[in-house]
Design a protein around this ligand. Structure first.
Ligand SMILES: [Zn+2]
Length: 486
């Protein structure tokens, strides 16, 4: 028996199983892992006991009362931009407009810089229980190297631009990088695969969109793009094409291709646009905290009404500050009630004398907002946005569920940690609770990383000091060159 075929058996009283092809459920059981993937799952108090011969060839872990879930999947991020966290304040101090500063910060980024900065974002992701990221950035191979350095699994989309943006001059290199990542056995063995990454509808020509579709269909890769993310992009689409960004993708046949398409932000989307999306092939991406920084949160109830699946993601540290995608869920859960906050009934109540009919109207507005959001507040639906919805996007990297065939990426949580205790309702706790401090251990591709019970400290002992020193030096040098150094 070769090392790759060795089996790892993981026992626990509370696995969160299913979510991809079966309903999500919390149950005792045993998970069998081979070659970094989940090979089999058995449920119940008395799972299949491996034979002695099997056990001699294997490792087994009894996690007892721990809550064992898939690691989180961050379906849209640019990890290298960890280096630009809080850059808005820097811009204000230097009296630069943010857009101009961003453009300068990202101009001619080298592979070494991107690799060094991405590692920092990858460490932060691990600490938040994120085991897989969908990254979209310049110097894609450097992103893939950095994920491999830290051990995070991911889908890397080298950013394609040919009309505007810092990647404009290098779109052929980015297409080549996409192919190189896709063909690399070394990356694949590390759980790092490729997606095709046209940047957006206003920075990528129709010709490059078409080449993206051809590449994606020829290699069975998903397309990961921004779409309808800003007022500027909407105005450009209306100006150039006489329709919305999604209307244009539809009219030009991009949406009709068989490629799976992840379209992130969808802030300026009409009801007609949504009719053009096919739930089988198209997924929208919602990044609430980031969207609140650069635009406003998209109207996801409309997406949900049109039955278009969506994932929840963090976007980058420059517009979010946190890579903890699980924390986004609480906002999604409560977001619907903002309809009452900004309702005409509330404004009437506040401006008036606070009469009983006014109070009743406010109450009614709250109740209807609450009722309208029932399905979107459901913990199972919310967890799917950071587990199975992104986890099913790439055929070579199924993840986000404890089911046979998926990556063996497991999160082990301490139910007795003050942030989770007493876990009356595990799915609610995973949605609304503060999960990261309760991480006891984490498995990626079948291997536990760090020390059990001392996860956060032990992860930072795996090369973080050197990684940070390099990122510090490279960031300092870049800021000095731009005249922004301290
Ligand atoms: Zn983005």
């Amino acid at each position: 028996m070769t090392t790759a075929e060795k089996t790892t058996y993981v026992y626990a009283n509370r696995f969160v199983l299913g979510g991809l092809t079966e309903p999500l459920r919390v149950t005792p059981g045993m998970v069998e892992i081979r070659g970094g993937r989940i090979a089999a799952v058995s449920e119940g108090d008395s799972p299949t006991i491996p034979t002695l011969a099997d056990l001699q060839q294997s490792k087994s872990f009894d996690l007892g009362d721990r809550l064992v879930t898939p690691t989180f999947v961050n379906g849209h991020t640019h990890l290298a931009m960890a280096a630009f966290r809080g850059v808005g304040s820097l811009a204000a101090r230097r009296k630069n407009v943010v857009e101009d500063l961003f453009f300068r910060l990202e101009q001619d980024l080298t592979g070494e810089e991107v690799r060094a900065f991405t590692r920092l974002g990858a460490y932060e992701s691990l600490l938040a229980g994120v085991g897989t990221v969908f990254d979209h950035y310049y110097q894609g191979e450097a992103v893939a190297e950095a994920l491999r350095d830290v051990g995070v699994t991911g889908v890397v989309a080298p950013t394609l631009q040919d009309l505007a943006g810092p990647g404009c001059r290098g779109h052929q290199a980015a297409l080549d990088a996409t192919v190189a990542i896709d063909e690399s056995a070394r990356f694949r063995a590390a759980g790092v695969v490729a997606a095709v990454g046209p940047h957006a509808t206003d920075t990528v020509s129709l010709e490059l969109w078409r080449r993206s579709v051809d590449l994606a269909t020829a290699r069975d890769l998903p397309i990961h793009a921004h779409a309808a993310q800003s007022g500027e992009e909407l105005r450009r689409a209306l100006d150039r094409h006489g329709t919305t960004p999604l209307g244009w993708l539809h009219r030009e046949g991009i949406l009709a291709s068989s490629a799976r398409l992840l379209l992130v932000h969808g802030i300026h989307v009409t009801e007609r646009d949504l009719l053009h999306l096919d739930p089988e092939r198209h997924t929208l991406g919602f990044c609430p905290f980031s969207q609140m920084e650069f635009c406003f949160p998209a109207a996801i109830a409309r997406w949900h009404g049109a039955r278009v699946p969506f994932l929840v993601a963090s976007d980058c540290a420059a517009s979010n500050d946190s890579m903890n995608v699980q924390k986004e869920l609480r906002f999604v859960s409560g977001m619907g009630l903002l309809a009452a906050t900004f309702s005409a009934a509330e404004a009437r109540f506040a401006a008036g004398s606070g009469t009983l009919p006014d109070a009743a109207a406010v109450d009614l507005s709250r109740t209807s907002a609450f009722d309208a959001w029932t399905e979107l507040r459901d913990p199972e639906a919310l967890l799917s946005t950071v587990w199975s919805v992104p986890g099913r996007l790439h055929p070579a990297l199924p993840c986000g569920a404890i089911e046979p065939g998926c990556l063996a990426n497991l999160l082990v949580l301490d139910p007795n940690h003050p942030t989770l205790w007493p876990v009356h309702d595990p799915l609610r706790a995973l949605t609304m609770g503060d999960v990261a401090p309760a991480i006891d251990w984490l498995m990626l591709r079948g291997e536990f990383i760090g020390r059990r019970g001392d996860f956060h400290r032990s992860v930072l002992e795996r090369g973080y000091t050197a990684a940070r020193a390099e990122a510090d030096a490279r960031l300092g040098e870049r800021l000095r060159r731009l005249g922004l150094g301290g």
